[in-house]
Write a protein that binds this ligand. Structure first.
Ligand code: SF4
Ligand code: SF4
Length: 384
């Protein structure tokens, strides 16, 4: 299992992680069995958006019996509450406080690693939360050590950017897959899976989404990903808005190659589904490659633009071309070299300056990127 730093927190998380929906309806033994299976395979991270008391209690007891709390990272939601036997999202402060204390009790812990402000897609909700008592409450929880970092879950890149720009947010749970990435920002997440919004749409990553990912990479904010398979639709040719099927490995690779992404949260329901997802860890470049499929979409509008797919590999001298392009693009967008990007570039084993201009990579790039020119640009920017 590969582990990634969760943005600017000091937490290291498995790049493949649990969503909590797969634990829904499971009893304690079943919860413990699946948690133990995933944990032994290296999964050390979960997103817990559910407010279902039974699910939370079973998970807490399973974590205790397996004795893994100190090695297991929990991202859990503030504002996801349980009322009259049902989930309810609320910004009522008292209800949030009661639900959070209940969460700690059921999980049998005195802290949550990422206290995630739950599901904020609307601008007026953003204003209400960030200019009101909820953000003060969340900041207080961090000061008390009851949460170690502050997160926000959203489907809207404009709200996400605004929240990150406050400087208060360490982690964003965001919906990412190649289909959602072509959609403009919306306050109604139903738009993302409304088939009529995909009629005649071209494959071109939305500007707000791209800017949000780049902002996170630059400011060292960790993105955790929901809806990586688009609810399963992307795996099925007939259901996919693009009418091509991607494999789970390709979907995961797409998400993990967006700037800023730390982990993909998967709602696996069985040990077999865990194994299926973990095939990503041993998959080769060809199996991970999504570039070839996306470049053949009838309305591909990414020609000449790097999507960080890695299809151009291997480079003759070992340059990680996708990463060099990613860091160069970040600097160009920001017109400065942020310290984090400078460090990430430095950590690469081979740098753009080593390019011998053999042209091998350009023959492989399905998006016809002028890679040699990109390497020259990188040298101009980073100096080597
Ligand atoms: S240069 Fe082309 S093949 Fe290489 S990562 Fe970018 S888009 Fe993919
Ligand atoms: S042209 Fe440069 S970047 Fe491309 S394969 Fe050759 S050495 Fe690598």
């Amino acid at each position: 299992m590969n582990y990634r730093k969760l943005g600017r927190t000091n937490i290291k998380v498995s790049e493949i992680a649990f969503g909590c929906e797969g634990f829904n309806g499971k009893n304690l033994e079943e919860t413990k069995n699946m948690l133990e299976y995933g944990f032994k395979k290296g999964i050390n991270f979960i997103d817990l958006y559910s407010s279902n008391p039974e699910l939370r209690s079973n998970l807490g007891q399973a974590i205790k019996e397996l004795d893994i709390r100190k090695d297991f990272v929990i991202e859990a939601h503030i504002g996801s509450t349980w009322k009259n036997g049902q989930y309810e999202r609320t910004r009522n402060l008292e209800a949030n406080k009661i639900a959070f204390e209940d969460l700690l009790e059921r999980l049998q812990t005195d802290y949550i690693d990422v206290g995630m402000i739950h599901y904020m897609d609307a601008e007026d909700d953003y204003q209400k939360v960030f200019n009101g008592e909820i953000i003060e409450y969340v900041k207080g929880l961090k000061l008390e050590g009851k949460i170690k970092s502050i997160g926000l879950s959203t489907h809207n890149p404009i709200v996400a950017k605004k929240a990150v720009q406050t400087g208060l947010i360490d982690v964003v749970l965001f919906s990412i897959n190649p289909c959602y990435d072509v959609q403009p920002a919306t306050e109604d997440c139903n738009d993302l899976w409304n088939e009529s919004n995909y009629k005649n749409i071209e494959f071109k990553i939305d500007k707000d989404r791209e800017e949000f990912y780049e902002l996170c990479e630059k400011d060292n904010i960790g993105i955790t990903v929901m809806k990586c398979y688009g609810g399963g639709d992307l795996l099925d040719k007939d259901l996919s808005p693009f009418k091509v099927a991607l494999t789970p490995v390709q979907c995961i690779h797409y998400c993990l190659t967006r700037p800023g992404v730390s982990a993909v949260m998967l709602g696996v329901k069985t040990n077999e589904e865990i194994d299926e997802a973990l095939k990503y860890e041993t998959a080769n470049i060809e199996e991970r490659d999504y570039g070839e499929i996306l470049s053949k979409l009838p309305k591909n509008n990414m020609d000449g633009k790097c999507v960080y797919c890695g299809h151009c590999a291997p480079c003759t001298v070992g340059i990680d071309i996708a990463s060099v392009n990613k860091y160069t693009s970040l600097v160009k967008a920001q017109k400065e070299i942020p310290e984090t990007v400078r460090e990430h570039y430095k950590e690469l084993k081979h740098h753009a300056g080593e390019c011998i201009k053999c042209g091998r990579c350009e023959k492989n790039c399905p998006f016809h990127v002028n890679i040699i020119m990109k390497m020259e640009e990188a040298v101009e920017i980073f100096g080597y």
